[in-house]
Design a protein around this ligand. Structure first.
Ligand SMILES: NC(=O)c1ccc[n+]([C@@H]2O[C@H](COP(=O)([O-])OP(=O)(O)OC[C@H]3O[C@@H](n4cnc5c(N)ncnc54)[C@H](OP(=O)(O)O)[C@@H]3O)[C@@H](O)[C@H]2O)c1
Length: 228
């Protein structure tokens, strides 16, 4: 059987690492990234020997070229997961106080980098009839005070995904709200992360999405988990 390959951004911890563990367990070959090379290597160490860990910032074009080279070396791409993300300005400010230059940086990581990375590996995805999974947020569709800047970036990522889905009908494109998870990101947002479920719960629901390959569209982990 041909080995399937996934590229997951932001897989040194949190949801990205939890999903990488499940895919590795199921025999997937992985390409993963994160900025902190030591943390990335530590995460990759538990993923077996079919993982290529490429440290770097998804907003950096040279790093994205390195990811595309790793995909080519792996022989193809069946799944691209846009998981790496930034909250942007913290503490989360009301829009009245949102520094616009910092919001531009958040758009670079959360929206423009996923678009550019998709472009870089699109030929490989098309050749495999592959899938794209963009991790978004309920902040993309709900109006929470303080979450406007981050929410705008996630809303843009959702629209990017929806248009990609109609422009690339040979692919599956899903955009998914994972719900609150007990991770560094939720903690950095000033929320009570300890009372949120671990990222492994969301990863298990997303693994079902990847395995069952429903038509392109938006999903919520809470719905996926409830339909199990
Ligand atoms: N946690 C929640 O409650 C929650 C809720 C809704 C949606 N989400 C979404 O779920 C996804 C995963 O979040 P998480 O909670 O698992 O976050 P996390 O624990 O903070 O992990 C984020 C991962 O992304 C990497 N990363 C961050 N910026 C990067 C960049 N510019 N380039 C490359 N890698 C980068 C981090 O490593 P480095 O820092 O070393 O780069 C880390 O591996 C995100 O898209 C987030 O927006 C989370």
């Amino acid at each position: 059987m041909t080995r399937r390959t996934a590229l997951i951004t932001g897989a040194s911890r949190g949801l990205g690492l939890a999903l990488a563990r499940l895919l590795a367990r199921d025999g997937w070959q992985l390409v993963i990234d994160a900025r902190d090379g030591d943390a990335l290597a530590a995460g990759a160490a538990g993923l077996g020997d079919r993982v290529e860990a490429v440290a770097g910032d998804v907003a950096d074009p040279r790093h994205r070229a390195g990811l595309a080279r790793a995909v080519a070396a792996a022989g193809g791409l069946d799944l691209l997961v846009h998981n790496a993300s930034t909250l942007g300005t913290v503490p989360l400010p009301p829009l009245a106080d949102q520094p616009v230059d910092e919001l531009a940086d958040a758009f670079a990581v959360n929206v423009l980098a996923p678009l550019a990375l998709t472009q870089a590996v699109l030929p490989a995805l098309r050749a495999c009839g592959g899938s794209v999974l963009a991790i978004t947020s309920d902040a993309a569709t709900e109006a929470y005070p303080g979450w406007g800047g981050y929410g705008m970036t996630k809303a843009a990522l959702e629209q990017l995904s929806a248009v990609l889905a109609v422009e690339e009908p040979s692919l599956r494109v899903w955009w998914a709200d994972p719900g609150e998870m007990n991770t560094a990101m939720l903690r950095a947002a000033g929320e009570d992360a300890d009372s949120a479920p671990p990222p492994e719960h969301a990863a298990a629901a997303l693994l079902r999405l990847v395995s069952e390959r429903p038509p392109s569209g938006r999903h919520r982990v809470s719905d996926l988990a409830a339909s199990q």
